[in-house]
Design a protein around this ligand. Structure first.
Ligand SMILES: [Zn+2]
Ligand SMILES: [Zn+2]
Ligand SMILES: [Zn+2]
Length: 479
């Protein structure tokens, strides 16, 4: 009797055990692992991403939600991806430990052991607090690199990045523009690591040029006519006729398949005897202007600006590596105590928020054209306690996390947002910021019954003002 064909449904996820008794979480669908009740941190040692379909967006999301960097339940655990998805990972590539046909692949088994051996050797602290601030995101990124034995900041050319190079700090960048918005923070972080001796410069890699308007290297270069700027150029040799000393482009000599001098009308036969070709010349096919050296015209494909090469800004790409002290500090997670977090955007403590304003006023390097906009909201959110289970972060803060370039803090029912802008664009930026924040809170209100908010104030701080006086006004009527 033939058996009826069994249609077994693929579970959304399952935990399998490999040859070394390591438990591997196999993810078959896009699931938010941190919010999934049936899975705990202790339940598995590694992850295998096995989602179906070739949609880049959903692959990216699947690995983000199961990422050793971004998921609390998966943090630092080895993460392998199905070979089917190998060409579809895009930026997520950098947090993938490898590709395999199945979670039982022997290379996966070996890879998992290697990662755990390395972590043991470093006394690597696996369990750390949830990431909330941008600073913590960078700490975790460095810890991740160290857990994988990457002690040098890999700096290989990578498509899509503004300077064209992948630097360690960019690994968490998932959104367009995030890279440029958080540039100040990364510089601040980088300088602190150098100051503490956690990293050191190893070598100069390359000098690249970026657009002065948008700081990207997505540039097109055109050899162009100095007269009409067209790039429709042709290059041809110049012929020097010895006998009459005529010098002109080869095309002016061409006559019925032979060469005839346009000046003295004699035929030219032997190169080196009758004539030579001392150089080449460009001729514009649009305006027929001839010249020796074409101009270089540049178009930025991001900002659409027309530029000359002199206007481009040079940027040095340098390679850095973690020092033994740095590796030790990151592995033990001691870094949190030594690195100052004031200069980071994102959600922070109220104390860091206020110190940012003080440092902005005190810092000699602060541009006198910059000001701070501080917007204050009243918020009320009757959230049930179980929402705080995995991280001690109010859900409204999570909902507002897409504003990478604002520094924010909460004090009781007061929610503050800070943004650094140019003096000349205060009005536009202030309106934009108020609008953005209000609409995001309205969106959150739609899905959160009982949530309430109102705008209390919108203030501007100039670097020559007294920061403590300004901070006092922020704290008014807060209790
Ligand atoms: Zn021309
Ligand atoms: Zn001649
Ligand atoms: Zn540009």
């Amino acid at each position: 009797m033939p058996q009826p064909i069994q249609h077994k449904e693929t579970p959304r996820y399952e935990i399998v055990t490999n040859v070394n008794r390591r438990r591997i979480l196999v993810v078959n669908e896009v699931i938010d692992i941190d919010r999934e009740d049936g899975i705990e941190f202790e339940d598995f040692d590694a992850i295998f991403i096995n989602v179906k379909g070739g949609l880049q967006e959903s692959n990216m999301l699947a690995i983000r939600l199961a990422s050793p960097l971004l998921s609390e339940k998966c943090r630092f655990k080895p993460c392998y991806v199905s070979s089917r998805l190998e060409k579809w990972m895009w930026k997520a590539e950098v947090i993938t430990d490898g590709y395999a046909r199945s979670p039982f692949d022997t290379r996966v088994a070996e890879g998992i052991e290697d990662i755990y051996i390395n972590m043991r050797r470093l006394n690597f602290m696996l369990g750390t607090d949830p990431v909330m601030t941008h600073a913590e995101e960078l700490f975790r990124l460095c810890r991740y690199a160290i857990s994988r034995g990457n002690y040098t900041f890999s700096s290989h050319p990578t498509p899509g990045l503004s300077t064209g190079y992948m630097l360690l700090y960019y690994y968490t960048m998932w959104y367009e523009n995030q890279e440029l918005l958080q540039n100040d923070e990364r510089t601040y972080f980088h300088n602190q690591l150098i100051k503490h001796g956690y990293i050191r410069r190893t070598r100069f890699l390359d000098r690249v040029h970026v657009c002065p308007h948008c700081h990207r290297s997505h540039l097109l270069f055109f050899e162009s006519c100095p007269k009409c700027h067209s790039s429709n150029l042709r290059q041809e040799p110049i012929i020097h006729h010895f006998r009459c000393a005529n010098v002109s482009p080869q095309s002016s000599y061409e006559w019925d398949g032979e060469l005839k001098c346009p000046k003295c009308n004699r035929m030219l036969h032997h190169i080196g005897v009758d004539y030579d070709k001392p150089s080449t010349v460009y001729t514009c096919s649009e305006c027929e202007h001839s010249f020796m050296y074409p101009d270089m015209r540049v178009t930025c494909t991001s900002s659409r600006k027309q530029l000359t090469t002199d206007e481009l800004i040079p940027i040095d790409i340098e390679e850095y590596e973690f020092t033994p002290e740095g590796i030790k500090a990151f592995a033990a997670n001691d870094i949190v105590r030594t690195i100052n977090q004031v200069g980071f955007y994102g959600f922070s403590s109220m104390r860091d928020f206020e110190d940012y304003i003080r440092e902005f006023a005190r810092n000699e390097e602060t541009s006198r054209d910059d000001v701070l906009i501080v917007i204050r909201f009243f918020v009320h959110d009757p959230v049930p306690d179980d929402v705080f289970l995995y991280d001690n972060v109010p859900p409204i803060v999570k909902a507002m996390r897409r504003f990478f370039n604002y520094k924010s803090a909460m004090w009781g029912n007061n929610y503050y947002f800070l943004h650094r802008v140019r003096e000349g664009s205060i009005a536009i930026e202030q309106n934009h910021m108020e609008y953005e924040l209000k609409s995001e809170m309205s969106d959150y209100q739609q899905v959160s019954p009982g949530f309430d908010f109102s705008l209390i104030s919108s203030q501007v701080f100039h670097p020559n003002h007294d920061p403590d006086q300004f901070i006092e006004t922020l704290e008014e009527d807060r209790h």
